[in-house]
Design a protein around this ligand. Structure first.
Ligand SMILES: Cc1cc2nc3c(=O)[nH]c(=O)nc-3n(C[C@H](O)[C@H](O)[C@H](O)COP(=O)(O)OP(=O)(O)OC[C@H]3O[C@@H](n4cnc5c(N)ncnc54)[C@H](O)[C@@H]3O)c2cc1C
Length: 422
């Protein structure tokens, strides 16, 4: 009987899951496992845990949903806590297999983890959750263009998005695995109360992701006006809000792309439908950049290697984290993050610029706070965007400072957003 372990990482879904498809194609029995790593919740260099309660809860909800969906196919998710290499080695030996299928991840720590696991089992890595398959790029990852526009123009010349892989109806798993797969990671966080001011009640897992997709793509007025509304600050529908589910892999970038194409067939293509795919290309760009640059996306001098001066003043940083800088527009955005785990893209650009250019703080402090707080934290998108704002990443222009007074006048002209969070 050929068995293989299916190691779920940031791919909380059964549809369009290449690792699952590979496991099913090559084995008669599949053993799904998810491993919570203590590293993810370890203390950052700035003294707080890298994993905040809201993100932990969102991930937990995703695990519960994944388990329920697996059980509907005859399988079940085993959730373990510890070092992936040791756990996978132990499971492989106990269940009589050496093969482990998993999704490839591009960020540095995840790559280190892949190497450690590959040293003890036969690790078969499958495609990452990107819109474009790395093998379809017209250049090798080592030769990724440094500037986003060059990347986009090159890939748009021959734009190939592969089909999404259908969700399997049945996953063969031994009954004793299903019976043993009772696990609970809820103790790893304290449930946070939901804030009535939140733009959306984000629930983890692919079921909620599909609901959000059906809502956002189901009616003409949302996606059809995305380009005009995407700089919004208030309400559920100024942007897709799909990032938390993309970050946990509850939905694939390809599924989002095909949903946009379906929308275009129903309602027609326009600048807005193009723009959502354009944003998914930004996401891809940061994923591929992380693969190319490894540890450098976390270094103070970034990809440019140029020396920057910054302070690590703890009081200034605490005021920024808690939304007490005294700058109303900045504080409103930071309080939204503190109380909900969400901040708009417009808000993120502003608070990041403020931390770097107005407070003179080390950009990595802000990036670490985002890692802790954001529901949609993704190492590639987060550190890549922070480097960009700090002028040590992919931005061809340096010293790009946002003027918060002007920004508030443009994007919160009636002050409703600041009022909501005061
Ligand atoms: C300092 C800073 C830190 C950020 N940290 C993260 C992060 O940790 N995780 C994260 O997913 N995004 C991050 N972003 C990017 C962006 O702010 C969010 O992806 C976006 O606000 C999510 O909202 P949405 O899903 O409604 O996006 P939409 O506007 O609906 O866009 C659709 C999707 O495109 C992708 N996308 C959009 N903009 C970007 C971008 N600039 N970079 C990468 N992908 C993008 C996201 O996956 C998003 O869900 C960061 C931006 C900044 C300026």
């Amino acid at each position: 009987m050929k068995r293989s372990i299916l190691w779920f990482r940031n791919d909380q879904r059964l549809a369009d899951n290449a690792a699952l498809a590979a496991a099913l194609a090559t084995s008669q029995e599949v053993l799904p496992v998810l491993i919570m790593e203590p590293r993810q919740a370890a203390a950052s260099p700035y003294g707080f845990s890298r994993l905040g309660d809201r993100r932990a809860q969102f991930c937990h909800e995703g695990h519960v949903d994944l388990d329920a969906r697996l059980r509907a196919t005859g399988s079940a998710l085993l959730v373990r806590r510890g070092d992936p290499a040791s756990i996978l080695q132990e499971l492989a030996s106990r269940w009589g297999t050496r093969t482990v299928h998993a999704q490839r991840l591009f960020a540095w720590e995840e790559q280190q983890q892949q190497q450690a696991v590959a040293a003890v089992v036969d690790l078969r890595l499958n495609e990452a959750n990107t819109l474009l398959h790395a093998d379809d790029l017209p250049f090798s990852l080592e030769r990724l263009p440094h500037v986003f526009t060059a990347f986009r123009k090159t890939v748009e010349k021959d734009f190939t998005v592969r089909h999404a892989i259908p969700e399997p109806a049945h996953i063969p798993t031994p009954q004793d695995w299903v019976d043993a797969a009772r696990s609970d990671d809820s103790a790893l966080y304290t449930p946070a109360p939901s804030d009535p001011r939140a733009v959306l009640r984000f629930t983890g897992g692919s079921s909620a992701a599909q609901e959000r997709m059906a809502h956002y793509f189901g009616e003409a007025e949302h996606l059809g006006r995305y380009k005009e509304t995407r700089n919004g600050l208030l309400g559920a529908d100024y942007s897709s809000k799909l990032s938390p589910w993309l970050a946990t892999g509850a939905v694939s970038a390809r599924e989002v792309y095909h949903a946009v194409k379906h929308y275009e067939q129903q309602h027609g293509a326009n600048e807005s439908t193009y723009w959502l795919i354009f944003e998914l290309l930004w996401r891809d760009f940061f994923q591929f950049s992380a693969a190319q640059h490894g540890r450098r996306i976390f270094l103070r001098n970034g990809l440019t290697g140029k020396s920057i001066t910054a302070t690590t003043d703890a009081r200034r940083f605490a005021a920024w984290c808690e939304g007490r800088t005294g700058q109303p527009f900045i504080d409103a955005n930071l309080r939204e993050l503190l109380h909900t785990g969400w901040m708009s893209n417009r808000g993120r650009q502003n608070v990041a610029s403020y931390l770097v250019h107005d407070l003179g703080l080390d950009w990595r402090m802000g990036a670490s706070w985002f890692e802790r707080m954001l529901l949609d934290y993704d190492p590639c998108s987060n550190w890549g965007n922070w480097q960009y704002v700090a002028g040590v990443g992919h931005d061809p222009r340096v010293g790009r400072r946002f003027d918060p007074v002007r920004q508030a006048a443009m994007y919160d002209a009636d002050g409703a957003f600041v009022k909501l969070w005061t």
